[in-house]
Design a protein around this ligand. Structure first.
Ligand code: UDP
Length: 328
């Protein structure tokens, strides 16, 4: 398949492009390079462009015989979405609308969409299955939920076939060490803890030590980026097989606390990680853990790298060999 990978120069997009190529598909990356990296595009051509540019989108579909789309391109910082909601609704929601309209114009009818557990808002039960109420508590989650709703109606009315993959916490790096995580600014726990351990970043702040969890710190479901990539390929395959369009959680089903992440990184560092206890970060729920049963049943997906130790090991290998990528 010739697959348009929007955001293919970014973290999860580049790992998916690698896996697509390794599986015999042809990824064509579409990226505005606002957050992506040229070094992360190695497995096919790149088309520079913005989802706000409808002419450019039409042009890309006209020049490549695209069979399907995997759509990663988005802004994904919860805090920023609270201060700049317009950016999130414009880039994430309107941008996706432009993309699926361009698909319609080119008669491309399959899309795998990066959704998020942020569409659930504050969990009323954990683990979270796909039937959990969706009540986002920030514009980021809302911008993605709006897209899920649009996809549903485009399916109903235009025959679009879609899968919305609701990620929990993407983490880790390519086990081969070719690509990895590099955000600027970096806000994610694992790269920040590794940077603190390597001395390339400031001591890590532990956001909240008074949660109602066994060690008082917040619990998240960290899922290996290569397992996420694998789920995207499976979702494409299911759409090809005629499976129903639907939303699917992607998580391991196991949660780890912030302190557990620190302990795991300390193991690889061979010393304690410099850390400061800090107040809770606004909007952080105490625990987010996926019920991955539907991913198993629908996609036949189970994690190849479920262990936090392995996720951290791959991230550690990447960050210790690419210290220049940690400029902030
Ligand atoms: N976290 C932390 N210190 C940091 C960054 C994150 O304690 O410098 C915590 C955060 O409060 C959350 C968990 O680590 O409980 C994962 O945060 P991250 O930003 O990586 O992902 P999120 O869950 O927000 O998508």
């Amino acid at each position: 398949m010739r697959v348009l990978v929007t955001g293919g120069a970014g973290y999860i997009g580049s790992h998916t492009a690698k896996l697509l190529a390794a599986s015999g598909h042809s990824p064509i990356v579409f990226d505005d390079m606002s957050q992506g990296h040229a070094w992360a595009v190695k497995w096919g051509p790149i088309e520079h462009g913005s989802l706000s540019d409808t002419h450019r989108l039409r042009d890309v579909f006209a020049r490549h015989q695209i069979d399907a789309v995997i759509h990663f391109a988005a802004n994904a910082l919860v805090g920023e979405s609270m201060s700049s909601p317009a950016k999130y609704f414009r880039n994430n929601t309107v941008g996706t609308l432009n993309l699926i309209d361009a698909m319609r114009g080119a008669s491309v009818d399959r899309i795998v969409f990066s959704s998020t557990c942020a569409t659930y808002g504050n969990p009323v039960r954990v683990p979270i299955d796909e039937m959990h109420p969706q009540a986002p508590v920030n514009p980021y989650g809302e911008s993605k939920l709006m897209v899920e709703k649009i996809l549903r109606w485009y399916g109903e009315c235009y025959g679009l076939r879609w899968m919305a993959l609701r990620y929990f916490n993407a983490a880790g790096a390519d086990p081969d060490g070719e690509i990895g995580e590099d955000h600027d600014p970096e806000t994610h726990l694992i790269p920040l803890v590794i940077g603190a351990a390597l001395g390339t970043r400031l001591p890590v702040r532990i956001f909240g030590t008074d949660y109602d969890t066994p060690d008082g710190t917040a619990i998240r479901d960290y899922v290996h980026v290569m397992d996420l990539a694998d789920a995207h390929l499976r979702a494409l395959q299911r759409l090809d097989d005629g499976s129903a369009s639907q939303a699917v959680n992607l998580g391991t089903g196991r949660g780890h606390s912030v302190r557990e992440v620190l302990t795991t990184v300390a193991h690889f560092a061979g010393k304690d990680v410099p850390a400061v206890e800090s107040p809770r970060r606004a909007g952080d729920p105490p625990a987010l853990v996926a019920d991955p049963a539907r991913a198993r049943d629908v996609l036949g997906w189970t994690c190849r790298y479920p262990a936090l130790e392995v996720i951290v090991q791959h991230a550690w290998n990447w960050h210790s060999k690419n210290p220049t990528s940690q400029s902030t």
